[in-house]
Design a protein around this ligand. Structure first.
Ligand code: GLN
Length: 342
């Protein structure tokens, strides 16, 4: 090797070392900025939980059945589950409560899985802009409910499940236990009994739909399923874990089983977005910006497709039947994380 060749070889060697180090630095910087981008859900949740706990106690607990009227009004919990398996809970997040109308989403999921597009012949997909138990709108629309998340729509879904299954209560419960990987989830028979004894408006709704031909089974059987689904009890942890299904495009989070197609999951999310809070669906979109569903027991579950599911429980409700502190917490969560779908 002459002198010139040696100089050139050294030059190439030094260049290679430099390039290697530069690429190492770039990778290192990428890892650092990735870690910086990871949202610190735990401290955000803890911070907003403490802020909201100190706010004045506005709203009232649901008083139409004794089991809900006597609930401890100070209960407050939140649980966030991410699609990649992280879990963060604060307050009473492990305590079971009456999920009420949140169950409408799960019953809809089972009926949609079975009936596919045919389902929409019996129930619409438009927001109602009316209270969840409105009678006049159903009368006006001749017995076809606006959507499956108001009471009339959920009752039609129960009717469909009664046609599909001999024992629809057991099938629905098995389905929910399967989605949540948790056999402890069950009905509360006392709540179901009270719902039945005091469910005068639901009885009116189903009778109107029976008269229009949109209820195919015996009224008592359909209402029995409806009242039992209202009585299901779950904790925020269980709700967030179960609703990861809609975050994960219809795939069961732990087994990978495709429970519903991704197109079905997209549609259910769209219905939650536009109809999940009755005549407050616009307000929830405006403030929180996530698909979600509330229940009169004070629970709210919301999802960010591809990222997380979050459930919150605080029993005091606003005039539209949605948890005051639950909505406030979710508004602050999407503001602080910058993660809303809009
Ligand atoms: N059990 C209640 C009813 O049927 C459920 C309503 C709700 O959670 N919004 O009226």
């Amino acid at each position: 090797m002459d002198e010139l060749e040696l100089v050139t070889a050294n030059h190439i060697y030094i260049k290679a070392i430099l390039l290697f180090s530069v690429s190492q630095i770039t990778t290192f910087q990428r890892i650092v900025s990735f870690l910086r981008m990871q949202i610190d859900y735990r401290s955000i949740l803890e911070e907003i939980f403490q802020e909201i706990r100190q706010l004045p106690d506005n709203g009232r607990v649901a008083g139409y059945i004794p089991e809900l009227a006597s609930i401890d009004q100070a209960k407050f919990g939140v649980h966030l589950a991410t699609i990649d398996g992280r879990h963060y809970g604060v307050g009473d997040h492990e305590e079971k409560f009456s999920i009420q109308s949140i169950c409408k989403v799960l019953a809809l999921t089972l009926a949609f899985q079975q009936k596919k597009e045919e389902l929409w012949q019996r129930v619409g997909v438009e927001p109602s802009g009316n209270p969840f138990n409105s009678l006049w709108q159903l009368e006006y629309e001749q017995g076809k409910p606006r959507n499956p998340l108001i009471n009339s729509g959920a009752i039609v879904i129960c009717d469909i499940l009664c046609t599909l299954y001999k024992d629809p209560k057991t099938e629905l419960l098995k389905f929910i236990q399967h989605l949540s990987n948790n056999t402890s989830i069950s009905f509360n028979p006392k709540v179901a009994f009270s719902e039945k004894n005091l469910g005068f408006r639901n009885a009116a709704l189903i009778n109107m739909m029976k008269a229009s031909g949109n209820i195919h089974n015996d009224i008592e059987k359909v209402l029995d399923l409806y009242y039992h689904q209202c009585s299901i009890e779950m904790s925020c942890t269980e709700l967030a874990s179960t609703f990861l299904l809609f975050t994960n495009h219809g795939k069961h989070i732990s087994s990978g089983e495709q429970i519903i197609t991704s197109s079905m999951a997209k549609r259910i999310n769209a219905i939650m977005q536009t109809c999940g809070f009755y005549d407050e669906a616009g307000e929830f979109s405006f403030k929180v910006g996530l698909p979600g569903k509330s229940g009169i027991g004070g629970g709210i579950v919301a999802i960010y497709p591809g990222k997380y599911a979050v459930a919150v429980w605080s029993p005091r409700l606003n005039k539209k039947g949605n948890s005051v502190k639950g909505m406030e917490l979710l508004e602050r969560l999407t503001t602080k994380t910058g993660l809303s779908i809009f």
